[in-house]
Design a protein around this ligand. Sequence first.
Ligand code: ADP
Ligand code: MG
Length: 489
Amino acid sequence: MKILSIETSCDETAVSIIEASGDLNSPRFTILGNALYSQISTHAEYGGVFPALAKREHTLNLVPMLKLATEEAFEHASKATQNGAENSTNQTTNKKSENAQETANTELSAELRAQILEILSRENDLGPALLDFLDTHEVFGIDAIAVTQGPGLEPALWVGISFAKALALALNKPIIPVNHMEGHIVSVLTESTELDRNDDIHNSKTNRAVQFPALALLISGGHTELVLSKDWHQYEVIGQTVDDAVGEAFDKVARLMNLPYPGGPKISRLAAESRAENLREKYKTDTTLSYDAGLGEYPWTLPRPMLKSSDFNFSFSGLKTAVLYAVKDKLKNRTDIADISANISTKELHSEHIASKDTPQLSEIEIKTLAEEFENAVTDVLVHKTRKAIEETNAQTLIIGGGVIANTHIREAFKKVADQTGVQLFTPSVSLSTDNSVMIGVAGYLRWIAKDKGILMPENLRKIDGTLDNGDFSMEKLAEFRANGNLSL
Ligand code: ADP
Ligand code: MG
């Protein structure tokens, strides 16, 4: 079946069309079209995601993303048809009629148009933009629409949900509500696609089945959770952060280091440079450093919070505070400000977000070694808790999802964990590890074949005149997801 999926839970506006087949034990997926707009630059000056802006950006970008995903899917279909015709001994295949099957009929009645505008009435110009798209473009034939239902930022989520409802009404298709975190978990099931062909981690894991119990570590800007799954669609959150999420800690610590948002990738690059240049050792011996030199000490020793606690919870707020105090301490007696500023010469460290030259700053060597120590501290805690959870739950599979798994050092550390514990490791390709809509389509398909009771059939959307059936999309439900991190839909 073909599923159109929509993701707007945070700061990515994404629409995909995937083709899915197979059962729960051997599902197969092909990405037909995939469009994603990241709002990172919009939120950069706020140092984090700003909900009202996120909503505005989603309303502006959903139709363009739908258009891009649709165009790509048509292209994919026409290539497949051409290949089919070339390979086929029967050259009389009628390409036109095959393509026609991929096109949905979107002649909209006046009543339908009014309903679509009503559903999208709180989403700025999204209603007229969608109608305009439907009037002027061919719509790729799909069987269902999957949409992120939560958890996420409420104003942002509602744009995607309302958009899915309007589109479902226009195309007369069911809606599959999808939990965002489940999306991250099942994103590891995607087959190699053109998008990810070069990612060997991704390719190496195809054709492996998930063995239960499976443990999922979800690490992103909004979440840090250890989820135990005894079977498909059964989830228990066995550990989570008691304060900041891992990605959030990366971003906040980056701010303390005057690095622009999002800080995760920057810190990870600086830490890698620190390791490659062996700066920890250099720091101790480099006599050209006019400060601290000759102390024979490594400049940073950060804590590993909650390493010894008996539960599977995490805490990253204390680590962030430790960085703050360590940086303050380092700068407090600094007099050679001009020299130190001159040290921060790396191009990437210079941006409008770097403090002005007369503010005391860390030197490049200090920034890099701090990045390394911070990354080590985070990795130690994540690895220790996850290992403990693998041992105590007898997990056979370890799935890691969320934007932070783009971090090479953390990835490598978990490969070692897998080697040592014998657990089979699934990590999504880098492009599918941060928020995306492909994973929502994948999760939607698994819900579909499991005949999930939350699925909203088109007749249920249509039967109410005036007021539309909200299905599972109630504010209360969203609030519940947010409060409990509840993964069951
Ligand atoms: P969310 O939408 O919850 O913020 P995403 O899954 O989109 O999460 O991931 C974004 C987060 O991942 C950001 O906090 C970002 O700093 C972090 N991140 C991305 N790449 C890296 C990396 N290489 N190392 C550490 N953190 C990273
Ligand atoms: Mg995001």
